[in-house]
Write a protein that binds this ligand. Sequence first.
Ligand SMILES: [Fe+2]
Length: 278
Amino acid sequence: MADYFDKALIFTDLHITPAGETIIGLDPLARFKQGLAHALDRHPDAQHIILLGDLTHTGSPAEYARLAPALADCPIPITVTMGNHDLRDHLRVPFPQAFNTDGFAQTALDLGPLRLLILDTHDYEGRAPLIHDGWICDTRLAWLDAELARAVTDAKHVVVFAHHPPCPVGFWAMDAIGLANADALLSRLHAAPHVRHLICGHIHRTIHASAANPAGGALPVSVLKSPCHQIPMILGEGTSSDSVDEPGAYGILLALKDTIVLHTEDFALSDGSVRTYE
Ligand SMILES: [Fe+2]
């Protein structure tokens, strides 16, 4: 199938808890295992798996220690980045390869004709005004600048990944804890016509948006659901902890010759069997 398209799988907001602890009655590790097994069964041809932050609920060593065995036998290479619920020193224990020489969980991967640039939006220095909002510091932005330039040299189109969306999505409590220096990111992406798409997590719901470029045009933005708990579809007022038990999901990124496609696959509350009606 690789001569038709190249494929990557994306899981975000796993929120693994310590053993015996649940979130609105759901076991995040059980949900993630279910989703990963579903994905590996149906997409063994995927070339990469990306875990787009919030791997754990509180960033504790016990939570990362529960996640690592669930990934140990995965036959597809896994790339990890940070979310607001992660802690770098604890995530580094099972995933030392996640961090580049700058000390940030930023990675560049090739997927057929695409270059995937995975950003680290965790606010290490408390630069953003709230605890859970995101921030990309100058060091990380310099890495992005260099990678965007390298992609031009290599004639690659680019898909960027960031845990925190840089645009509002209509849930006010989540919009308040988005990417606090969103303009620093968007100004760079808008100035790079080879950037084709931005994929985010953090919100726990499937969302399609476009971030307008003041100079014209817009960048398409997609937000993926969690494999575990979702934010209820109550727009406007609410809290960032409002959650609902709806089917968990993961993303499937396809790189075709001239087109980028992002599918979302709900895996829970369904046996996934394909039937034909008459
Ligand atoms: Fe998050």
